[in-house]
Design a binder for this molecule. Structure first.
Ligand code: FAD
Length: 295
């Protein structure tokens, strides 16, 4: 039987209390949210925090809401809430696409959005989603609040900019009208982590045969893309005609600039091939949604 090492346990009821507890405990403390990533790591002794700060009673961290021209997702919102959120689906169908293929209902009912992005697993689907759509993370610590672009949030595998004593409180996503978004994933079996996945958001200019890509965001999962994005494919596509040929070419650019590793989920060449194909599919579907051809 796998058993975690001994640890102390505190339950916070407010963000201020969580930050105070975290600051007091120092580098050996960890936040526990859904526990779906942290507890298995503790059982395997890959993580051995001396103190856990449980944030499940911090109600101010929960919920998904529209505030002006931003979608706000509390760090404690569960995967299942995001999957079922009408407001998220209306503005960012990419979130619903991704949530449909994350794990299973047991994990989705308990696992949190904040826990997902803070875990910083290179195969985490939502990290690519939030990077593609240019979300911002709100971080609270003893010195107050700061915001960090999701494209700068992950500093490496299992590492983020959230420092000791700090807590991610919220994700904010700017809503720009007229866009379409989508997420495409290949996994070995239902509910598994991605072999590779890609997410895209796109805005178009013009009409008829004269449509160009006004702006685009492209996220990649599990293929070693810097900060989960393909800036090169975005730069290639921005300002070009929104043709099938250019969407395919953008997929190729994304594949050329990622860095997949060989592991139990497949060889690097296969993952690179998937990066190209899934980027093109995500762009195609995002475009269909931007032009009202698909919900
Ligand atoms: C069987 C299984 C299958 C899965 N499949 C997938 C999949 O297909 N795709 C996918 O993307 N994910 C998958 N996951 C991962 C799942 O999405 C995450 O485990 C989960 O959502 C993490 O959230 P949590 O609330 O459980 O985090 P926890 O386990 O509680 O925490 C994870 C890490 O984040 C830190 N943390 C949590 N919240 C905060 C916060 N607010 N501020 C600062 N740090 C914080 C913790 O200290 C810890 O280091 C799977 C997990 C399991 C168990």
């Amino acid at each position: 039987m796998q058993v975690p090492a001994q640890f102390e346990y505190d339950r916070a009821t407010t963000v201020d209390e969580a930050v105070t507890l975290l600051s007091r405990a120092g580098p050996d403390a960890r936040v526990v949210a859904g526990g779906h990533s942290l507890i298995p790591m503790m059982k395997l002794r890959l993580a051995q925090p001396e103190r856990l700060i449980d944030i499940n009673d911090v109600t101010e961290l929960a919920g998904i809401s529209l505030e002006g021209d931003e979608l706000r997702i509390g760090a404690l919102a569960r995967h299942a809430e995001l999957l079922e959120s009408p407001v998220a689906a209306e503005h960012f169908p990419i979130m619903r696409d991704a949530e449909r293929v994350i794990a299973d209902p047991i994990v989705r009912n308990r696992g949190t959005i904040g826990g997902s992005v803070c875990q910083a697993d290179p195969s985490e689907d939502l990290s690519a989603v939030f990077s593609a759509i240019r979300a911002t993370g709100v971080i609270r610590g003893p010195g107050g609040e700061r915001t960090v672009a999701m494209r700068e949030f992950h500093v490496g595998p299992y590492e983020t900019v959230v420092a000791d004593g700090e807590l991610l409180t919220e994700l904010r996503v700017p809503i720009r009208p007229g866009g379409g978004s989508a997420y495409e994933k290949v996994e070995r079996r239902v509910g598994d982590w991605a072999v590779a996945a890609a997410g895209a958001i796109i805005w178009l200019d013009g009409s008829g045969d004269d449509v160009t890509v006004a702006d685009v965001g492209i996220g990649l999962t599990a293929v070693g893309a810097d900060h989960f994005v393909s800036a090169e494919a975005e730069d290639f596509l921005r300002g070009r005609p929104a043709t099938e040929e250019n969407l395919r070419q953008a997929g190729q650019v994304a594949a050329e600039h990622c860095n997949p590793i060989v592991d139990q989920r497949g060889p690097a060449d296969y993952k690179r091939h998937l990066a190209a194909e899934l980027t093109t599919r995500a762009l195609r579907r995002a475009m269909a949604r931007a032009t009202g051809q698909e919900a």
